[in-house]
Every structure is written in C-alpha cells, then in structure tokens.
Design a protein around this ligand. Structure first.
Ligand code: NI
Length: 174
C-alpha cells in the first residue's frame, strides 16, 4: 500500500464527474487500499477518488475513526447512488481534505440510504443519519464534481478559497 497525494482546491479535477467502475480489478483493489491508508494518514473520515486524481466512482469512509484510536472499520463504496433521502434536514459543520483547515455549516437530508457495490462485487445498501449521512453525501458529491463550499454564498466560498491559496503560497500546505 502507499500514500497518495491529496489534491486541493482549486485543482480542476475536483470539479470533474467521475466515471462508473465496470470491473473490480486488482488496480481497483489497490486504489481502495491506498485510499484507505491515505484517509487514515490525513487524518480524515472520508476520501473520494477525485481527491487523489482518479476519476472513477469510488470513495472510502470510516465515520468512527478517531485519531489515536486503533479501531479501523473503513467501508469502500463503488458506484454509489442515493436511493432514498429523508425530508428532515440536518445542519452540520463540514470540512474537506481538499480544502484544508476550512469548515462551514452545510444543510443536507438528515438520513439517506445509499446503494453501492463492495470490493467483492456484491450490491450493498447502507442507511445513515447525521454524521454518516453528511459524509455519504459529501463523498458522493465529490464524484459529481461538487464540493461543500459550493453550498455556501459566493462571498464565503471565495473567502475560503483565498485562505487556502494563501496557505499554499505561505508553504503551510504541501
Ligand atoms: Ni471532501
């Protein structure tokens, strides 16, 4: 396994739509393993393929992950789609490994049910609320070229982008 570089804004690959995965090849298995390792190392609770420059529909997540905690329970979701969303909404502060150290409140359906393919090629469903729901939707958004800052006002979004740009120029990231 190896750590992959995480792409940060405003790289255009983050705005691209990722393509469905046709076959679960060894390359896909390796990509998933590398992404899990990269997510834990970051550290983060979710990572989508676009964020490591791969434009296929796969993301990994582990909402129970806490730094210094040894438990590891990552899920790999291939070709995920939301098949049900609650009418009830939830507001949570979100961050993103591609938008380092920036956080903002985002409103999303409180509960979603997602259908996906696992690494064995089996169709699976997962239902999650609150943090799990936000994470599922945030990561699925990545595969469609959408970032959490796209839900903010242009003023707020530009402020965040300028801050990240400044951190890059100051050598605080990468
Ligand atoms: Ni993200």
């Amino acid at each position: 396994m190896s750590l992959l570089p995480i792409i940060i804004v405003p790289d255009p690959v983050l705005k691209e739509v990722a393509q469905p995965i046709e076959n679960i090849t060894e390359a896909i298995q390796k990509q998933a393993a590398d992404m899990i390792e990269t997510m834990y190392d970051a550290p983060g609770i979710g990572l989508a393929a676009n964020q490591v420059g791969m434009l296929n529909r796969l993301f990994v997540m582990d909402v129970n992950y806490r730094k210094n905690d040894q438990s590891r329970d990552a899920v790999v979701l291939i070709n995920p789609e939301i098949i049900w969303r609650s009418e009830e909404m939830s507001v949570m502060e979100e961050g993103c490994l591609s938008i380092p150290q920036q956080y903002a409140e985002v409103e999303r359906p409180k509960t979603v049910r997602v259908k996906y393919i696992d690494l064995k090629g089996q169709v699976q469903e997962m239902e999650g609320s609150d943090l799990t729901s936000h994470c599922l939707q945030h990561e699925l958004d990545h595969l469609n070229g959408t970032l959490f800052i796209d839900y903010l006002s242009r003023l707020k979004r530009n402020m965040i982008l300028r801050k990240v740009d400044k951190m890059v120029k100051d050598g605080q990231i990468l």
